[in-house]
Design a protein around this ligand. Structure first.
Ligand SMILES: Nc1nc2c(ncn2[C@@H]2O[C@H](COP(=O)(O)OP(=O)(O)OP(=O)(O)O)[C@@H](O)[C@H]2O)c(=O)[nH]1
Ligand SMILES: [Mg+2]
Length: 454
């Protein structure tokens, strides 16, 4: 028998109501030891889906008013008996109530243990459990929505469809190979290929969701680079909404990398404002320039800033060369002043140009649009079900490899047995992806990333 567990399941530090969740076979008994209802009814006597009003008690002493919500197994979050004690007395009271609950026989829940039990009791698909975790960690509206969509089984649905089709094919193959005396239609390689191709296409589409999913969840490492005085720090401050970087008219103001996390629309960017890149004899500035170049080299997204009110310098041109072929938006700044720059020279290297005035705060929408297009987020549909983490991606890659092997075997004219082996491999990886076949080690690793209380 799994021991009864308890934890504070509302965020630490948040005010107002707070909830202690107790789950396990003895959840009701434990709760009765710390809670007395006004009506005199015990939690043991209460039906599932009912609430009792009363008090959390430490012996005869009233600790706080509370509502006890009772969920009877298996109709609860974890699939076990669950009691939720909602108090309104802030963190100190919550801690005290938890302490009393533990003294009454529950053990402290490990991180993710409630959700792990829900998974083990068949209340949740693994991908759904992972989505719960993503919702907890997601920042930014779209990230949260995308995670919830996965929670709503969009991914699970996709996986089930793919599995059904592969199981069908595997069964056909097996029946034909194992029961030659029966009247089973012969398996033609071409027909087999015809069945495998859609699965292969679908797994490729699914894998493509990973990158946009990751961008939504984790944000994008972005470097603001350019020559001195073009307005990098002004842009940084505009985007993050406060005076993060020092701005002066003196070239070479920014020395170190200044980092901020911002939301551009729904998208999270880790912005790094850097020193203006130029040849210099100043030792400190040299270090700054080197750091700027390092950020430029490793950034996933580059905002290359140019001063639109003057002609391109040699340093500007060198920067353009460095940005060729990278995910970059050229920011033609100072649009409030008369334009002097040869825009064609810029677009030759960086096709996306956003004309803006960082000082006046105009043109940010154009920048945003370029970023979204560049990261192909414009037709990103968060309800389609997408791969959310490395574990899922690894599994999907394995499915893809196995399907490729099937195809190779068919093309080389190998026996259908050989095709069958690879097909089984694909199915196995698919089931690991959906969580139908998951080793305990993997499960532990996944659930450990949860916050306690979930
Ligand atoms: N007219 C105008 N001036 C701007 C604009 N953006 C920045 N400036 C001015 O340009 C000068 C340099 O701005 P910064 O943001 O410090 O430039 P930087 O690229 O960070 O410069 P370094 O840190 O020295 O590399 C300041 O005087 C700003 O006020 C703009 O859009 N229009
Ligand atoms: Mg600066």
């Amino acid at each position: 028998m799994e021991q009864t567990i308890a934890a504070i399941s509302t965020p630490l530090g948040a005010g107002g109501m707070g909830t202690i969740r107790i789950s396990g076979e003895t959840a009701r008994t434990v709760a009765d030891r710390v809670f007395k209802s006004v009506s005199g009814k015990t939690i043991e006597q209460a039906k599932g889906y009912t609430a009792l009003f009363g008090h959390v008690m430490d012996g005869d002493r009233v600790v706080d008013q509370a509502v006890a919500l009772v969920f009877a197994a298996p109709k609860s979050y974890t699939g076990e008996d669950v009691v939720e004690l909602s108090c309104h007395g802030g963190m100190a009271i919550m801690r005290e109530t938890l302490r009393l609950t533990l003294a009454a026989g529950a053990k402290p829940a490990e991180a993710g243990e409630f959700t792990k039990r829900a998974f083990l009791n068949g209340k949740m698909e693994l991908t759904q459990a992972e989505a719960v975790m993503d919702v907890i960690h997601a920042k930014g509206e779209q990230a949260a929505r995308a995670a919830v969509a996965a929670n709503q089984r969009a991914l699970a649905k996709r996986l089930i469809q793919m599995k059904d089709s592969l199981v069908n094919t595997a069964a056909w193959l097996a029946a034909w190979a194992d029961f030659p005396e029966e009247e089973i239609p012969e398996v033609e390689p071409a027909a087999l290929q015809g069945r495998l191709s859609p699965a292969k296409d679908e797994i490729a589409r699914l894998l493509a969701t990973f990158d946009s999913g990751r961008v939504m969840r984790e944000g994008v490492e972005t470097a603001i680079v350019g020559c001195p005085n073009v307005g990098k720090s002004t842009l940084m401050n505009l985007l993050c909404g406060h005076e993060s970087s020092i701005v002066t008219h003196i070239a070479g103001t920014t020395r170190d990398v200044v980092s901020e996390e911002i939301l551009l629309g729904d998208l999270r960017l880790h912005l790094n404002d850097t020193a203006g890149i130029r040849e210099t004899d100043d030792t400190v500035e040299q270090f700054g320039v080197q750091r700027a170049k390092d950020r430029l080299a490793t950034a996933e997204l580059i905002f290359a800033v140019f001063d639109g009110s003057r002609a391109l310098t040699d340093d500007d041109k060198e920067l353009l060369t460095l940005c060729k072929g990278r995910k970059a938006v050229a920011v033609l700044n100072k649009s409030d002043l008369p334009r002097q720059t040869d825009e064609q020279a810029i677009t030759d290297a960086i096709p996306r140009v956003a004309v803006l005035s960082a000082k006046e705060g105009s043109g940010v929408n154009e920048l945003k649009r370029h970023v979204e297009e560049l990261l192909s987020l414009t037709d990103f549909d968060s309800d389609c079900g997408m791969l959310m983490n490395e574990r899922q991606r690894d599994c999907a890659l394995q499915v893809q490899r196995c399907l490729q092997e099937c195809e190779d075997a068919l093309q080389m004219g190998l026996t259908l047995d050989a095709v069958g082996v690879s097909l089984d491999g694909a199915l196995e990886a698919l089931m690991e992806l959906s969580g139908e076949r998951v080793t305990e080690e993997v499960a532990n690793q996944i659930f450990h990333q949860f916050c306690v209380g979930k």
